[in-house]
Ligand binder design. Structure first.
Ligand code: NOJ
Length: 562
């Protein structure tokens, strides 16, 4: 690997942190978080080791879907500030070595977007074909909607023009007709605009929907041979526009099995999405944790297709949505729900749960620390959702997915230190109870060396020092203990061995590293319990309940600071 490549492909061992501007920090005292608030916390994030911020939609929006229903793709919601505030944020972040990406929503707009307002005024409107219409009754499409609790189907009848329009999400989020070259030009122009303001790329929303056959094919103006050509075109545009600032990324939301994800990377060419969230491994990981058994996760990692130099998997535990379990079988899904969401109100749309990790683990700090250790050692790039680093819980009083989008808990004081406004003026309620700010907040976590915050900061530091984790090839090591996941990551002759006990009881993991010599040192990167492989290149490694070890295989020529 040449150094020029490792430096340019910064995202291969980045630490990404997702922020909802609405709930992060309110610097103006009006009850709503804002961009300037985020800027004030960049040093906090740099201290953790975060080096890429993902800003959730900050564009003007009626917010029927937390900002994913955009009314102006070029704007900044005035409640959050203005373009100047965004540029300041990006500048300060860059100054601290932190890149900034933002949500790019190409599948739909808000029904309040001027294009859609004009489109539904008349069939002759110039923007009519920016959306997908049909004249015949679509029948029952209730199986296809992403929001079965709120929508009856994916087509809504428009009284004025007497046709149905497509929307995979809310009926207030009409799907764009990405087959229309004018729409594609508009999207490219908008990407160019934000790149010019300094963004380092995008988290691309709902990718499979945006290039689905229904939308892209069957239209006369369709000029691509197949839908993925559109992703290729977007990536090509991004590369050309961002060539002056290192590689910009398209981190795609593609909730599909691994084999299908490959198509979205562009197969061997790697010319589509730069990164993708690994939903499949995420769901197998939760199944493994529910069972206290490594096998489901080990199988997911073993069967995960290897990628070329440029593409990358992004790993996560929780995100801003429900923890979706839709790639599991019904029985498996019920197992996870039974273990982590025993009450109906903890579940979402029959397919997932609206909880954060600490609630799911009943606050067990050992299990939480193990889970984050696992996150940082899954081959790929870790992504944190704001508040995870301090162990924030959910607020089940808040409806839907907003339960996990409560204000960041900075202090034990008024409004969790999020805002100086009257509590009744807050745009979202602060979490109460066992995970409320009096028990969980960043200020106290900073003072407590044993806190989750310090744990994650240590993991982040070791992760950044260990290119095997971001770049390496993964193989599973057998230990004979069903609770233990043991895996090895190797890159350019360097190897790490990672052990995680998914069970609550202490155990001993026996393993052999076939390709290492006896006497080789296994340097423990998180404690002072390093050891050597015995004569048969084996080791007996004790692990506490929910214990974990990060072991670097120290070769003769390893000159790293260990
Ligand atoms: C995925 C986003 O993560 C989710 O929050 C949103 O509702 C849908 N895409 C629609 O934009």
């Amino acid at each position: 690997m040449r150094i020029t490549e490792t430096a340019d492909l910064w995202y291969k061992n980045a630490i990404i942190y997702c922020i909802d501007v609405e709930t992060y920090l309110d610097s103006s005292g009006d009850g709503t978080g804002d961009l300037h608030g985020v800027t004030q916390r960049i040093d906090y994030l740099a201290e953790i080791g975060v080096n890429c911020l993902w800003l959730m939609p900050f564009y003007p929006s009626p917010r029927r879907d937390n900002g994913y229903d955009i009314a102006d793709m070029y704007g900044v919601d005035p409640r959050y500030g203005d373009h100047g505030d965004l540029v300041e944020l990006i500048r300060v972040a860059h100054d601290r070595g932190i890149r900034v990406i933002a949500d790019l929503v190409i599948n739909h707009t808000s029904d309040q977007h001027p294009w859609f307002k004009a489109a539904r005024r008349s069939k002759d409107s110039p923007s009519r074909d920016y959306y997908v219409w049909r004249a015949d009754d679509p029948g029952d499409t209730s199986e296809q909607t992403m929001f079965p609790d709120e929508e009856d189907g994916i087509w809504t009848y428009d009284e004025r023009t007497g046709e149905w329009y497509l929307h995979h999400f809310l009926h207030t989020q009409p799907d764009l007709n990405t087959a229309n070259p004018q729409v594609r030009d508009e999207i490219a122009k908008m990407m160019g605009f934000w790149l010019q303001l300094g963004l380092d790329g995008f988290r691309v929303d709902a990718v499979p929907f945006a290039i689905n056959q229904e939308t892209l094919l069957g239209h006369d103006e369709h000029e691509f041979e197949e839908p993925h050509d559109y992703l290729r075109a977007l990536r090509g545009f991004l590369q050309r526009r961002a060539s002056g600032q290192g590689s910009a990324v398209m981190l795609g939301e593609v909730n599909l099995p691994h084999e299908e994800q490959l198509d979205f990377f562009g197969g061997a060419e790697g010319d589509q999405l730069t990164m993708q969230f690994d939903f499949f491994t995420n769901q197998r990981l939760f199944l493994a944790m529910a069972r206290h058994e490594a096998a489901p996760l080990a199988e997911a990692l073993s069967s995960r297709p290897a990628l070329g130099v440029e593409p990358q998997y992004a790993n996560f535990l929780r995100n801003h949505d429900e923890l979706t379990l839709d790639l599991l079988s019904e029985d498996e899904r019920n197992e996870v729900l039974g273990a982590f969401a025993p009450e109906e109100q903890m579940r979402f749309a029959g397919r997932g749960l609206r909880r954060r990790l600490p609630g799911m683990f009943e606050g067990d700090p050992r299990r939480l620390k193990m889970a984050y250790s696992l996150l940082f050692t899954l081959p790929g790039t870790p992504v944190l959702f704001y508040g995870e680093e301090i162990g924030m819980g959910e607020n089940l009083e808040v409806p839907g997915r907003e339960a996990v989008r409560t204000p960041m808990q900075w202090t034990a004081g008024k409004n969790a230190g999020f805002s100086t406004a009257k509590p009744s003026a807050l745009s979202r309620e602060v979490t109460q109870g066992a995970f409320g700010p009096e028990h969980v907040n960043a200020a106290e976590a900073r003072r407590d060396q044993d806190s989750l915050l310090h744990h994650i900061t240590r993991l982040a530091k070791r992760y950044r020092e260990s290119p095997e984790l971001g770049w390496g090839a993964c193989s599973i090591i057998q230990t004979g203990v069903s609770e233990v996941l043991a895996h090895q990551l190797s890159w350019e002759g360097k190897t790490m061995v990672l052990l995680h006990n998914l069970g609550p009881e202490p155990t001993v993991a026996d393993f052999t590293l076939e390709d290492q010599q006896s006497g080789t040192i296994l340097m423990d990167l998180l404690s002072d319990e390093s050891c050597r492989l015995d004569r048969s290149s084996s080791s007996r490694m004790p692990l506490g309940g929910y214990g974990y070890r990060w072991l670097r295989v120290v070769g003769e020529n390893d000159h790293r600071l260990l």
